[in-house]
Structure formats: C-alpha cells, structure tokens
Design a binder for this molecule. Structure first.
Ligand code: AP5
Ligand code: MG
Length: 215
C-alpha cells in the first residue's frame, strides 16, 4: 500500500496519518516531521530548513527531494509507505514520479483532506506537539491528560514556531498557489479521494478506511 496524504496546513494530515500508519503498519514519511527532527537534533539540514519553516515558506525542492529519495532507498519502504506533506510542488511531484518509476511502483491512493480556513486557523492556534515524539494534541479536541506533557512518552508539549498567525497565513497562501494545483495531476491519474476533514477524528478516519479497504 503506497499512499499520500494531502491537504492544507492544519487539515489533519498528521493526525490521520498516525492512525493509518498504526493500523496498516506502514513506514511513515513526513517531510515536515523529518525537518523538525533534524532541527531538534542540531543537524545542519534541519537548521537550514527551519529558516524557511518558521516563516511559513517551503524548504527548497532540492533539499526536500533528496531527504525523500534517501528515505525511499531504505528496504522498509519497498512494499508500502505513507507520504505526509510530500510532494507539495509540481517539481516535487515530478521528482517523486522518477523515484517511484525507479522502484517499479506507483501510488495507490492520494487523500485530499478538506477543511475551511476558519477551522484551519483555530486548529493551528490550539495545536500542541510533543518535542520528543511529535504526537499532536489540540487544547479542546485532543487534550493531554497532564497539562503540557505528552501522554505517550512524557515529553514536553510546545507550540510549533510556524503556528503563529503570520506564518499560518503564509502557509495557506503557498498551499493555494503551489500545492493545490497538484490535486488535478492526481485526479487525472484517477487516484484522488476527497475527504471531509471537518468531522470528528474517528469519522474522518472511517472515510479514509473505506477507501483503503478496497485497494
Ligand atoms: P508540515 O509539518 O507538513 O505542516 P503542514 O503541511 O503545514 O501541515 P500541519 O502539520 O500544520 O497540519 P496537519 O494537516 O498535519 O494537521 P494536524 O493533524 O497536525 O510542514 C511544515 C513545514 O515544513 C512547511 O510549512 C514547510 O516549510 C516544510 N515542509 C514540509 N514538507 C515540505 C515539502 N514537501 N516541501 C517543502 N517544504 C516542506 O492537525 C492540526 C490540529 O488540528 C491538531 O491540533 C489536531 O489535534 C487537530 N485536529 C486534526 N484533525 C481534527 C479533527 N478531525 N477534529 C478536531 N481537531 C482536529
Ligand atoms: Mg502535519
């Protein structure tokens, strides 16, 4: 199973990816998370990437394609994987096609998680993330048992540096201009599935699961 989660910032890609990855035991490839991990580990790529991420801009295609290429060259992604947040430019989609071609495979399904901008702004303002394991919380809809502490690993919860109002506005702009055009590309391939992301977590997941059962 090779699947891709698309959708604007805050739509719920990461939340739904976590459920899918756990249920189907898929390797997860989230470029955003890889950049945050690299930054937290003081890796030069992470430090370079954070210059763009904090203001809501995209990291360069070259850097992003290279980290995905390296990840897809590992043995565990031979038969299945879930991509979260990659590709998000036309150039990245072309680069991914070359990588998949070299692997002799293709994507089975692309999910487009939809949401209104009002909901997206609220979600990112209320989001808290574990510094250690990246588990995501929401101060109203997914509340940690102990304030400021991750239920899963006991790590410290923080607000992402790109969840400021200005950065969220910029991310939404970039989504509209650079990423939304990719939906047509996958629609034409007949593998795009639109999912209403404004429902409760489990309902969103059920809609995704209905599609995955058939592929
Ligand atoms: P990335 O980490 O991928 O961020 P994003 O695309 O902006 O998406 P988010 O992670 O903000 O949202 P999400 O859709 O995962 O929502 P979540 O599940 O957390 O990328 C960050 C940055 O890295 C980019 O801006 C860019 O700079 C760089 N980058 C990454 N990939 C790149 C690429 N390919 N090329 C270039 N640069 C790249 O949910 C949000 C909140 O809502 C949470 O609090 C959650 O608990 C809550 N929530 C979710 N679903 C529901 C629900 N159904 N009901 C109630 N609350 C919900
Ligand atoms: Mg995410």
């Amino acid at each position: 199973m090779k699947i891709l989660m698309m959708g604007p910032p805050g739509a719920g890609k990461g939340s739904q990816s976590a459920k899918v990855v756990e249920h189907y035991e898929l390797p997860s490839i989230s470029t955003g998370q890889m950049f945050r991990d690299a930054y937290n580990n003081n890796d030069p790529i992470g430090i370079e990437a954070m210059k763009y991420i904090k203001d809501g801009n995209l990291v360069s295609d070259d850097i992003t394609n290279e980290i995905v290429r390296l990840r897809l060259s590992k043995n565990d992604t031979e038969n299945s994987f879930l991509l979260d947040g990659y590709p998000r430019t036309v150039a990245q989609a072309a680069a991914l096609d070359v990588m998949l071609d070299e692997m002799g495979t293709e994507l089975d399904a692309v999910f487009n998680i939809l949401s209104s901008n009002d909901v997206l702004f609220e979600r990112m303002e209320q989001r808290r993330v574990c510094k250690s394991c990246d588990t995501t919380y929401h101060l109203k809809f997914k509340i940690p048992k102990i304030d400021g502490i991750c239920d899963v690993c006991g790590g410290v919860l923080y607000q992402r540096p790109d969840d400021t109002l200005e950065s969220v506005k910029r991310r939404l702009e970039i989504y509209e201009t650079k990423t939304r055009p990719l939906l047509d590309y996958y629609e034409k391939k007949g593998i795009l599935f639109h999912i209403n992301g404004m429902q409760p977590f489990d309902n969103v997941y059920n809609d995704i699961e209905l599609v995955l059962r058939d592929i």
